[in-house]
Design a protein around this ligand. Structure first.
Ligand SMILES: [Mn+2]
Length: 230
């Protein structure tokens, strides 16, 4: 009964499966994906279908899912030829779009934009803060704020309050860091509990770095897999 949190898998189906194998993921466990499961990598739809089929998966929308939905909604406004709509949605995914069916397209539409427990918050890009760094109610935030935020990743933005914020969206390498998960420890804390952290930046930039990681909530242990080059 463990919970693993990941973000920005970006169509890396094989790496994701290897990571789940590495952690010994079972049906009793929970996986939380903080968005951007699709695009960049070649197996977007295959990965989305796998995630949608998993028991105990909490899946959030990122900006890539949101952009897909905006395209979907624009097509639906333009035509009532639903066969054409599905073909265009399939073409949105240049590598494995033929796997896209209506059921999967509609699953994207049902994705929430955040997930909250008493100990942590999961979101794609960032949470809105007041001037003192307190987290504002997420229910009042727009999807755009939650999936496109460009400020929250900055190392000096440290949310106050008891919960840890898990997020992705920007590869940690873009901040000049290693392609690893970056945990922001609170002063005087040991780091073996998620509430010991202000925030945890999950995006290892797999498309460029070849590294995909996740964090286990119960002990804050990180797990990684790396693409093997031929
Ligand atoms: Mn993103």
């Amino acid at each position: 009964m463990k919970t693993y949190i990941i973000s920005d898998i970006h169509g890396e189906y094989d790496l994701f499966c290897r990571l789940m194998e590495k952690v010994g993921f079972s049906d009793e466990d929970t996986i939380i994906s903080c968005g951007d499961m699709i695009e960049k990598g070649e197996h977007s739809v295959r990965l989305a279908k796998l995630l949608f089929s998993m028991k105990n998966a909490v899946l959030l929308a990122g900006n890539h899912e949101y952009d897909f939905l905006k395209y979907y909604w624009s097509l639906m406004r333009e035509t009532e030829d639903y066969g054409l709509v599905l073909r265009k949605l399939q073409e949105y995914f240049p590598y494995d779009g033929e796997l896209l069916d209506w059921e999967t397209a509609d699953r994207f539409e049902a994705l929430p934009y955040f997930y909250e427990t008493e100990e942590y918050i999961c979101v794609h890009a960032g949470v809105p803060l007041d001037e003192r760094g307190n987290i504002l109610p997420l229910k009042q935030a727009t999807p755009e704020q939650l999936v496109y935020d460009r400020n929250f990743k900055e190392p000096d933005i440290l949310p106050r309050g008891g919960e840890c914020v898990f997020f992705g969206h920007t590869p940690t390498i873009n901040l000049g860091l290693e392609p690893r998960i970056k945990c922001y420890l609170r002063d005087g804390k040991r780091g073996d509990h998620v509430r010991d952290y202000h925030k945890i930046h999950l995006d290892t930039g797999v498309y460029h770095s070849g590294v995909l990681g996740c964090l286990r909530v119960e002990d804050c242990r990180e797990f990684y897999v790396r693409k093997t080059t031929l």
